[in-house]
Ligand binder design. Sequence first.
Ligand code: MF3
Ligand code: CO
Length: 253
Amino acid sequence: MLLPRKSVVLKSASELKRMRAGGAILKRVVDHVAGLVRPGVTTAELDEVAHRLILEAGATPACLGYHGFPASICTSVNAEIVHGIPSHRVLQEGDIVSIDCVLLYDGLYTDMAVTVPVGRISHEAQTLLRVTKESLQRAIKQARPGRYVGDISVAVQRHVEAHGFSVIREYAGHGVGHAVHEEPAVFNFGLPKRGPLLCPGLVLAIEPMVSVGNWKTRVLEDGWTVVTTDGSLSAHFEHTVAVTENGPLVLTA
Ligand code: MF3
Ligand code: CO
């Protein structure tokens, strides 16, 4: 999340249907690009493929030009947490890389990220990826009417800290749909039953950002790339999730 804006906007059933279509495209793009990750590939090559696939699907890459961001995906390697800029950096065996993408389809935005291994990775990196992904799954289960944003936050924090990792505190998930970043902010730490009450039609980008070390961050000189100050590995998974009468509906599935 960069700048949360607008108040909470609920989505109608037909808007959810449109976001589901966009989310399906986004999921396909992210999975395809993640499947190309291997030692020797550059992050710019991944971006080129994402850009082409998004356009071929009739969608618009929403990261490109967002506050001047220069690419269609964010690629964040190792100690980079989020908002890494694709470049001629060559991925190396043992790296982890997050692929984060937002697209605009039929007038609505969806947001998704995964972190994937480059070749063989350390045991610690494997655990980091698994725990971060599990924390997202646990958080998604909380996205139902009657729960609070704080319940989502707590679900992430508990799981992550139980494994001795840290949740990044200076960035958060967010509402999404009519804009890339809408209210409410969805922090990855908090307290049960705090924050806005979840109700049907609310759509959230839930995005645990987790580091092996502490949670302090800084932004590199490129003005975008957020890194851990202690240089520790970081992972990021994200889905766009609608709160419905029947419980959570993952739109990027
Ligand atoms: N998923 C990221 C976020 O919520 C993508 C933002 S768009 C970018 O912050 F321009 F920063 F890439
Ligand atoms: Co996001």
